[in-house]
Design a protein. Structure first.
Ligand code: F6P
Length: 522
């Protein structure tokens, strides 16, 4: 597989020329006026997700050039290498196979059989673990004495299950509460523990490595609390979700569900890390969640570039970051249950693509990951949408709306959807007649994703879509989207500072750290 970094392709220059020669000045209002087919041309269906890309600052010629860029960079070959189980996480020499966790078992894989012929052993292990994990989820669901499930994990071992359990609350088993403890700040665990009784609590210690300091600290405190409250039968009240089953056993947890080093932390929701979700929505619901994601995997793997939604979104991200120079993207879910979806996408994209060197370690002369941020609509409208409409920076907004509600409250759903549509419309059309403070420049881009309903299937597909679009931009940029060396320095320094906070030794520290250390010790 040959990858060519985007800035070394001939198409990169062609895109720069196209941008300079008019593409940068595209006016969406004119584009719609002059092309009655614009909505049809720039929108598409993908499995379980409809996407309207027509309100983006992109014309057909630029999009065709972006697709050429993908071809020249070898994005399709890179994608195929991922789906063939090659070690595309080159800095850690690991395969990238979170998608295999959603693959049907070999016997049912049918036409996909050819694609997975070299990784059938892994697929067999995946299904053995999945079956065991789902059987355990069912016993927890049946165990009415367990009323509280506490997930202790951070980053990918927290954001995914937390986002999905909240999103699928309408499908959740009655009579069980789900808690997520991630922060090493003891206030968080303390507040949860105050609501619990040992005999009715199940702690899930979720950590790919089983070494993460925050998770280990919280896990130790939970274990100590359990013993101090008279808890017995650790095997019934603690389970570990990890690739490091040995460390979990050494910690004293005998119920463990494993996964593999070819599942990145921020891609691990589909593995044993998804256990809280499996308990909440049940084995059948979890299988539907995996199946929805698999449908999107197949779309990404097989659809032609021009109608491949993850490809189109990833290439749009490159267009905005490297040609328009936009530095952030705002995520606007118009569904209150998607409240942790922006935070989930933040880790997914920023930890994957927040890189300054290419896969071979060479410094990049262009920008990579945008900053992702957002809140559910309509709340964001009463907070930061002012800046989106009238601020000096252009921030592309990515809406996601859900057509059918699962409540029967009169009027709410129409009002919610009207607000989402109206915000996207207002960003684009603006208002120029009033002038001054009342002027809206308009021509501000947005993407509108639409789900028919928010179900395990559609959520699975939506999240897989987001994973793959991150793959596409990372692939064009020539980076390794699957490592995260940037988190290491802070971890090392925190250990040093912790010792210094205890001892007071400030020798060799910079003036600011030494000054703050002295204040904290006084
Ligand atoms: O922040 C770095 C990181 O390694 C993330 O990539 C990961 O999701 C998180 O820490 C938690 O790691 P673990 O699951 O090993 O505890």
């Amino acid at each position: 597989m040959t990858r060519t970094r985007c800035d070394r392709t001939t198409t990169w220059g062609a895109l720069q020329a196209a941008f300079a020669n008019g593409a940068s000045a595209l006016d969406l209002r004119q584009a719609f006026a002059s092309d009655p087919q614009r909505f049809a041309r720039f929108s598409q269906s993908a499995p379980h997700v409809f996407a309207d890309l027509s309100k983006n600052l992109l014309d057909a010629d630029s999009e065709a050039l972006l697709q050429n860029l993908a071809r020249e960079c070898g994005v399709e070959a890179h994608r195929d290498a991922m789906f063939a189980g090659e070690a595309i996480n080159s800095t850690e020499n690991r395969a990238v196979m979170h998608w295999l966790l959603r693959n049907p078992p070999l016997a049912l894989a049918g036409a996909d059989n050819d694609a997975i012929k070299n990784i059938t052993t892994e697929l067999t292990q995946v299904h053995a673990t999945l079956d065991a994990m789902l059987a355990y989820a069912q016993t927890v669901r049946d165990d009415t004495a367990i009323t509280d499930v506490v997930n202790i994990g951070i980053g990918g071992s927290d954001l995914g299950p937390q986002m999905a359990v909240l999103a699928l609350d309408a499908f959740s088993i009655p009579g069980k509460r789900f808690h997520f403890v991630s922060n090493v700040d003891g206030h968080e665990l303390d507040a949860v523990l105050k609501k619990l009784k040992p005999e009715s609590t199940l702690f899930l210690i979720a950590s790919k490595t089983f070494t993460t300091i925050e998770t280990m600290t919280n896990a130790r405190s939970a274990k100590a609390w359990f013993a101090a409250q008279g808890g017995t039968d650790t095997a019934r009240h603690f389970a570990a979700l990890t690739t490091n089953v040995e460390a979990a056993k050494a910690f004293g947890i005998s119920t463990t569900f494993g996964f593999w080093d070819w599942v990145g932390g921020r891609y691990s929701l589909w593995s044993a890390i998804g256990l809280p979700l499996a308990i909440a929505i049940g084995p059948q619901g979890f299988r539907e969640f995996l199946a929805g994601a698999h449908d999107m995997d197949e779309h990404f793997r097989t659809a032609p570039l021009a109608s491949n939604l993850p490809m189109r979104l990833g290439l749009l991200d490159v267009w905005y970051r490297n040609f328009h120079g936009f530095t952030s993207r705002s995520i606007a879910p118009y569904h209150s249950a998607l409240k942790r979806y922006p935070a989930y996408l933040q880790q997914l994209e920023m930890e994957s693509n927040g890189k300054q060197v290419d896969a071979s370690g060479e410094a990049l002369p262009f920008a990579t990951s945008s900053a992702l941020w957002g809140e559910p609509g309509t709340n964001g409208q009463h907070a930061y949408f002012q800046m989106l409409h009238q601020g000096t920076d252009v921030v592309p907004v990515e809406f996601v709306a859900v057509k059918k509600a699962r409540h029967a409250l009169d009027g709410h759903q129409t009002l919610l959807l009207a607000n989402g549509l109206a915000q996207a419309q207002a960003l684009m059309v603006g208002k120029q007649d009033a002038g001054g403070h009342k002027n809206f420049p308009g021509n501000r881009p947005s993407t509108f994703l639409l789900l028919d309903e928010l179900t395990p299937t559609t959520l699975g597909s939506l999240i897989a879509l987001q994973e793959h679009r991150v793959f596409v931009s990372g692939s064009v940029w020539g980076i390794n989207s699957f490592d995260q060396w940037g988190v290491e320095l802070g971890k090392v320094l925190a250990k040093d500072v912790e010792a210094r906070l205890l001892s007071g030794d400030a020798a060799g520290l910079d003036g600011s750290t030494a000054g703050l250390l002295a204040l904290l010790r006084s």
